[in-house]
Design a protein around this ligand. Sequence first.
Ligand code: EPU
Length: 415
Amino acid sequence: MAKIIINGGKTLSGEVKISGAKNAVLPIMSATLLCPGKFTIHNVPDLRDTRTMMQLLEITGAKTSFNNGSVTIDSTGVNNPEAPYELVKTMRASFYVLGPLISRFGKVQVSLPGGCAWGPRPVDYHLKGLEKLGAKLDLEGGNILAEAKELKGADIHFEFPSVGATGNLVMASVRAKGLTRLYNCAKEPEITQLCEFLNSMGADIEGVGTDKLIISGVKELNQADITVIPDRIEAGTFLMAGALNGEIKIKNIIPLHLKKVTDKLIEVGCKVKIEASSILISPPQKINSIDMTTAVYPGFPTDLQAQWVALMSLSESSAIVTDTVYHDRFSHIPELARLGANIKVEKNTAFIRGVNQLVGAPVMSTDIRASAALFIAALAAKGKTEISRIYHIDRGYEKIEKKFLGLGAEIMRES
Ligand code: EPU
């Protein structure tokens, strides 16, 4: 099985160009199923997850291709409204095809995602929302079967501003009859871009970027093109690598999407220079121990919690990190402990006592962001770290070792 070997302790320096956002492109690719058409999506990161989504679209009957950072999707021949277990189990975001397919075909069969490495991750908000729009749901052989002769606009209040449920319900309602009002919506930039894409396809969504979306159902949608926003989580991961290990200029980004993260890094003692589309970060002499609590956007993203824990494990005293979005997302901690980190977890909170040095060891990645945390910890650790199950990192980080090699890291991939 492939692994990455990192010889840590090298000072990083240089520039890195951030790729398009995984969590923006996946719902946008699903949205192309809403109507027949030829779509071109630019600035697409070449990731396992984007390839999985292409495979899923092909199963529904779409034609897809990937050239020079652009994906083209021809959804004219889509005739199979299904997402099978084989793909949903490898990528939960496959569930995003639920909304577009029921909207276009009046029926859909999507495998129910199971639990994940860090908890149950239910999809009840997606399903309750669809029922409110008039769909009839059944569970058969682990698959959700949803049917609706016609979806009808409704008022839907999310208990929690779920990214996926907001995306799915917006896609399901753009052609529903009448008005749909979604309350307590996710305001993550990836959802904002999905709404903008849908509007460019002819949808009528008001309140884009706010927690209340008002959708007037339209009869028809049309094809459209889009350029994906930069990946704020990839950018945040490189910022934390810089905070640990060297001066890095992170380019091709939208600094506003990282405001909470850069504010925190300044508290840590980093020098942070923000320009129109780049951030230059320099590490502090001593890493201040700073508590952090994750929150929905514009709060500190849960997708950077593991990397923050890695940073705090080398801080000068003690820090408390709480995840309010995913309460069990701590599978990186036992692996960081193998590198010498001193961390205890109680419920959804990690208590970190900074150590002077991490020391390389064989470790295992358990999900995308946990592997990113191990990666940056290994870059800062003394000696050799071998990270196995590296397919997790390939799901969400484009050319990660090439990018870090460009910054002066010593990394090797073994297949
Ligand atoms: N939740 C429910 N019921 C639902 C949906 C969500 O209880 O029906 C709960 C979840 O269990 C969780 C919270 O609501 O406690 C937030 O979950 P959300 O639905 O917002 O997450 P998601 O849509 O499944 C997306 C990202 C995740 C990211 C979260 C939170 C994609 C493809 N995935 O997941 O990204 O952590 O939002 O920001 O956009 C990653 O990229 O590594 C990743 C896991």
